[in-house]
Design a protein around this ligand. Structure first.
Ligand SMILES: C[S@@+](CC[C@H](N)C(=O)[O-])C[C@H]1O[C@@H](n2cnc3c(N)ncnc32)[C@H](O)[C@@H]1O
Length: 592
């Protein structure tokens, strides 16, 4: 099939009212390539009509429904489509590539790291078309919970671009240094001479320092540079890596690439480099993962473009979890059985966010409305994470959306059946969001009193906000200054234990298997129980098996994860199953 080659937008002479469709084609699978097409005669379509039907954009080819492809003559019409698609906020750009070619690139990319701790793992998945959107990873064999699916490496990594990310050293990500300074050649923030001489910085600096400044160096905003650093690093990719990046799905609506538009206020950037950085921004916004930091450490928040992980589509109840090591490798593991032929999913949102929060986030940032089973169930498997209190003073019931897949759906009380229009629900959710934004949760006393005495007067204790505060308090009790184990009252110790148990029940109800959060909660439950046994040795025999099983399960979930608590292994050795040390010695590590 001949498809006219697209021209750069800048060369577009005019923009007619209609899209000229040169072929309406139905894809037919064949063995030599992913598609052939049975083409029907040319049609003329109104721009708007197409825009409303667009599902997916692959370079010159637009998918308007699951079965039809519209091929358009792009030379002078491309800009119309760009606009129409941007209106719909559903743009995805990525060059057409056969699945075989992509699979080959993925294989080569992973080939360098197909050993974990010296053990080779079997590849039990393939890249294929997903019924949800574009491509996805599909299991080719049954996969068991805990099995490693792959270990990915980032094509590029660097600081996240959002304005609330605290800026730190652009090499080691350190946030708290008295010795921060700006490199005299490129203005990037650094913390030491060692970081300045690091290859990472030398490469960054060599690119930035060759751009002419539009403003005096003292007027350059270091934050702008740091936020654009990840796409800047795309300029260092070799040709193969650039090609790989160009085959990743990339949304290109106007919200993407803001970091480069800002950067251009300060620097004269060659057009070709700007174009590549803009593509990198779109690929990053669509695919990048936030890289976890070591447990309890404050570091600049980083993102990485992991090309294989980026092929996983989203499900609000994912069947995998991922974690990072100190070399930025990302390991993806199954958290529950995955049957051959089914899709492998990750979760792009917080697992404990309620449905409205997840769907709005996914729509705004990833441009799709999730329709998974969890999103379709108003109660979210009975967890009621998005529920609000009934507006009627006399009623103790909870409000939930009548049709959770419709963003404008009215809500109804489960008890008195009172119906509440969506605008009123949005107003309450907005107010709660603003309230949360104003609170400082570094103060554990405030956090505790807000959680225990105040917030549940206004929202159900099942609501995601309450659960989020609970998770923060769980971590603080036993670890925060003034709340360390030896300073913790009996009642606070009991509170920690009960919050762990309650949150573990919510996680179990969601069916997310051995998610990272489950590992952390088990670790904290173990720590609370161990502290109880240390204080009351008579209790030890009674709770010994739970102390042992919780740390063993936590260890199995969190081992190898850079964000695991640093004493995870030690606790397992002394307080896990099979330890033959006497009781006094077992608990001595807690005193340390
Ligand atoms: C990281 S990419 C996933 C891989 C992508 N399908 C591809 O072909 O490369 C993320 C994009 O995939 C699409 N996507 C992922 N999960 C989806 C889902 N559950 N429903 C609809 N679209 C989804 C959205 O366009 C999203 O922005």
């Amino acid at each position: 099939m001949n498809v006219a080659k697209s021209q750069p937008l800048s060369s577009t002479p005019n923009t007619p009212n209609n899209l000229y469709v040169i072929g309406l084609a139905t894809p037919v699978k064949n063995t030599s390539g992913p598609y052939t097409y049975s083409t029907r005669p040319a049609h003329l379509y109104q721009t708007q009509l197409i825009a409303e039907k667009i599902e997916y954009v692959f370079g010159d080819v637009i998918l308007i429904s699951d079965h039809c492809l519209v091929v358009i003559k792009l030379v002078d019409l491309y800009i119309r489509i760009e606009r129409a698609v941007q209106c719909r906020h559903r743009t995805g750009r990525g060059r057409m590539l056969s699945l075989e070619q992509l699979s080959q690139m993925v294989k080569e990319h992973l080939g360098l790291c197909d050993y974990i701790d010296g053990t080779q793992y079997a590849c039990k998945w393939a890249i294929n078309e997903s019924p949800l959107s574009g491509r996805g990873l599909i299991a080719t064999e049954d996969i068991m919970p805990g099995e490693v699916l792959f270990v990915d490496r980032p094509l590029i990594y660097g600081p996240r671009a959002s304005s609330n990310v605290e800026q730190g050293c652009t090499v080691c990500a350190k946030l708290d240094s008295d010795s921060f300074y700006k490199c005299s050649k490129c203005s990037l923030l650094l913390c030491s001479e060692q970081c300045q001489n690091n290859d990472v910085h030398l490469n960054d600096c060599s690119i930035i320092s060759r751009w002419n400044l539009k403003k005096p160096v003292e007027d350059t905003d270091g934050n702008v540079l740091s936020r654009a650093l990840t796409p800047i690093r795309a300029l260092m990719l070799n040709n193969d890596q650039k090609v790989f990046m160009s085959y990743m799905q990339a949304h290109n609506s106007p919200q993407h690439g803001h970091e480069i538009r800002k950067l251009k206020q300060y620097y004269e950037i060659p057009e070709e480099e700007e174009e590549l950085m803009m593509s990198a921004c779109c690929a990053l916004d669509t695919n990048a993962f936030q890289i976890a930091t070591p447990y309890g450490k404050k570091e600049m928040s980083m993102r990485g473009l992991y090309p294989v992980s980026g092929l996983m589509n989203h499900n609000c109840v994912p069947n995998t979890r991922y974690y990072f090591n100190s070399d930025l490798q990302m390991t993806v593991k199954a958290v529950k059985p995955i049957r051959a032929g089914t899709e492998i999913f990750s979760c792009y949102t917080g697992i404990l966010w309620g449905t409205p929060a997840r769907r709005v986030y996914l729509y705004k940032t990833k441009h799709f409305l999730c329709k998974c089973d969890r999103c379709s169930d108003p109660t979210e498997r009975g967890t009621l994470l998005g529920a609000l209190k009934c507006f009627s003073n006399q009623c103790p019931g909870y409000l939930l959306p009548i049709d959770p897949l419709r963003t404008s759906s009215a809500w109804r009380c489960l008890q008195c059946e009172m119906r509440v229009p969506n605008e009123n629900i949005c107003a309450i959710q907005g107010a709660l969001g603003s309230l949360m934004g104003t609170l400082n949760f570094d103060n554990v006393r405030d956090l505790e009193s807000f959680l225990v005495d105040r917030i549940t007067k206004y929202i159900p204790k099942t609501n995601q906000i309450v659960i989020d505060l609970q998770c923060r308090l769980i971590v603080a009790l036993g670890e925060a200054e003034g709340y360390r184990w030896h300073e913790l009252s009996e009642s606070r110790l009991a509170l920690k234990e009960s919050l762990c148990r309650g949150t573990l029940r919510t996680v179990a109800a969601l069916g997310v298997g051995d998610a990272h959060l489950r590992g952390l909660l088990l670790y904290h439950l173990h720590a609370a129980l161990a502290e109880r046994a240390r204080r009351s040795p008579d209790l030890y025999e009674e709770i010994k098996s739970e102390i042992e099983s919780t740390i063993e399960q936590a260890y199995n979930i969190l081992q190898g994860d850079i964000s695991a608590p640093p004493d995870l292994e030690l606790r397992r050795r002394y307080l896990g199953p099979g330890c033959d040390k006497p009781q006094e010695e077992r608990f001595f590590i807690l005193d340390v």
